[in-house]
Write a protein of this length. Structure first.
Length: 229
């Protein structure tokens, strides 16, 4: 990104305006738009994005839950950034933002979203936390997939999704790589589509314009985060 005099946004982009429009459709689809309300507990889903822990701290201070589980071990994409594990670094960040230690549980082994949910549920049960409602805190483009996964694995919990309130432009700036961000949006949408067939998640309706945008971006080569099907 340039410093000093702002460069017009269309000059900053390495992707075309049409591709940015398609990516924005998918970005908006991934976010559930839930109205936040108090829940029995929260789960901060591990990833490369420390904004999950920041958002968890904000929502804890707002009184939306009494306890949060930070869940996540390591992956090839997070090992360098969070060498002690995603959940451990999330906890440290939340503590630095004023969340008390007694309000945090750490689940350090999960390697995927299904394990995030399953292992966190076991930890909460073991801690004697009665969970009727659950606030899932994730990366902005992972809300829908985490929702669909939790509805499959923990169907009796009333699930509310939250993420850092960012527009796509701002998220791209925070990551610093447009191609990678669009690849991740496409990859998560593929999982929303494919995971129900594998028994990993409940099915979600994908509007036609979102599916068309997905197909165009695939044809354009935004495919580094796809799973084999």
């Amino acid at each position: 990104m340039s410093q000093g005099v702002p460069v017009p946004q269309h000059q900053q982009r390495q992707i075309t305006d049409e591709q940015f429009h398609d990516a924005t459709l998918i970005w908006n689809y991934h976010q559930m738009g839930h109205e936040l309300r108090p829940c029995s507990a929260a789960i901060g889903l591990g990833s490369h994005d420390l904004g999950v822990a920041t958002t968890a701290a904000d929502l804890y201070r707002a009184g939306l839950f009494p306890v949060v589980v930070f869940s996540g071990g390591n992956s090839p994409t997070t090992r360098a950034r969070f060498p002690r594990g995603e959940a451990v670094h999330y906890r440290e960040h939340a503590l630095s933002l004023g969340v008390p230690d007694e309000a945090i549980l750490v689940e350090p082994k999960a390697a995927n979203t299904g394990q995030n949910i399953t292992f966190s549920r076991e930890l909460l049960v073991g801690a004697g936390v009665q969970v009727d409602s659950l606030l899932l805190i994730s990366k902005p483009y992972m809300e829908r997939r985490s929702y669909a996964t939790c509805r499959k694995l923990w169907p009796e919990a009333d699930v509310v999704c939250a993420s850092e309130p960012l527009e796509l432009d701002d998220y791209i700036k925070s990551i610093g790589d447009e191609k990678l961000v669009v690849d991740m949006l496409v990859g998560d949408l593929q999982r929303v589509i494919e995971y129900p067939k594998l028994g990993f998640a409940v099915e979600q309706d994908v509007p036609g314009d979102v599916h068309d945008a997905y197909d165009r971006l695939l044809r354009a080569g935004f495919d580094s985060r796809l799973i084999a099907t």
